[in-house]
Design a protein around this ligand. Structure first.
Ligand code: PEP
Ligand code: MG
Length: 324
């Protein structure tokens, strides 16, 4: 990793004026556990469980999944690990499961797909719950939520799996259950979703894509895809306010958590938890440790009035350049 930043591993991610940020990591590969730990990640904010499914030749069995999840949970215990249930569809395809749709990003994705294939969902939940035994650090995270009944159904599947496993003699915990905010409807329904969730994780990649109607992987419109578009900034401000009011812990796990300018914007908005690729942790920690949160507040007030993402970037960039 970046020369000299190893020493930051044991230092807290805290601004000069004492605003403490929880720095978590995104992962999905077993091989990724070590880089996160070596760089001082305080847990896994997003474990993309589709990755082990993508490298398999067929749907992994409960036993196969159990063994993978157990290694990840054990590597991080007692630090928390948010395991996201299978998020296929859109750009994430399985080589052994044909899905062809006209509009895959608006189609059978994430929780929609797994609630239509409950055996798959139940198998995965059981494997995760079993892997948590002795580690006690599992949190479940639900992708692509767009309706309240998705979270209520998901919760009942988890409760049933906990009961079934106890009947089988395996004493599992009921983990905390979180939802991703990636679809604008989830953001607008936050007060109605709150009774069903223990925490929120913002997937800024999909949230940007769906707020702006810009395909996140289409090079023709990539200039329009920006997680600092004023509408996204506005959405992030609203989500933060709502979550504070509802007492819901919230974290950001999309690519914006690796973008230094965006990280300063998130701190200014009040976010104190982000999850990012292990390789970006040292740089982002150095940045956080180099700024005063107090200096960000007047910049945010100006940013909220901007009509172009470049103006927003220009406001925060000098601080990044000074720090990195
Ligand atoms: C996101 O959408 O921002 C996210 C973190 O999920 P993924 O990138 O896996 O879709
Ligand atoms: Mg996503």
């Amino acid at each position: 990793f970046i020369q000299g930043l190893e020493r930051l591993r044991y230092e807290p991610a805290q601004t000069l004026d004492g605003f403490r940020v929880n720095l978590l990591t995104n992962t999905g590969l077993l091989a990724d556990a070590t880089p996160g730990l070596e760089r001082g990640a305080e847990g896994v904010g997003l474990y993309r469980s589709e990755i082990p499914f993508m490298v398999h030749q067929s749907f992994p069995t409960e036993e196969e999944q159990f063994r993978i999840y157990q290694k990840v949970l054990a590597a991080y215990a007692p630090l928390p690990v948010s395991m996201r249930t299978l998020d296929i569809g859109g750009d994430k395809q399985l080589p052994y499961f044909e899905m062809s749709e006209q509009n895959p990003y608006l189609g059978w994705r994430g929780i929609r797909f797994t609630l239509d294939n409950t055996q798959l969902l139940i198998t995965q939940i059981r494997a995760m719950l079993r892997a948590d035994v002795g580690n006690d650090n599992l949190q479940l995270l639900v992708p692509m939520v767009s309706r309240v009944d998705e979270m209520s159904s998901f919760r009942s599947h988890v409760e049933k799996a906990v009961a079934d496993l106890s009947k089988e003699g395996i004493k599992v915990r009921l983990p905390r259950i979180g939802m991703m905010i990636e679809v604008p409807s989830a953001m607008l329904l936050l007060p109605k979703l709150a009774p069903w969730v223990d925490f929120v994780s913002i997937g800024s990649n999909d949230l940007t894509q769906y707020l702006l109607a810009v395909d996140r992987n289409n090079p023709r419109v990539s200039a329009l895809f920006d997680h600092l578009h004023p509408a996204v900034l506005n959405a992030l401000a609203q989500i933060y306010t709502q979550c504070s009011r509802l007492n819901l812990p919230v974290s950001v796990c999309g690519e914006m958590a690796s973008d230094p300018v965006a990280v300063l914007v998130l701190l200014a908005l009040g976010y104190n938890s982000i999850s990012l690729s292990a390789y970006n942790i040292p740089r982002i920690k150095l940045l956080i440790r180099s700024v005063n949160r107090e200096d960000l507040e007047p910049l945010l007030i100006q940013a909220m009035d901007c009509i172009h993402e470049e103006e927003i970037r220009a406001l925060f960039r000098p601080l990044v350049e000074k720090a990195l």
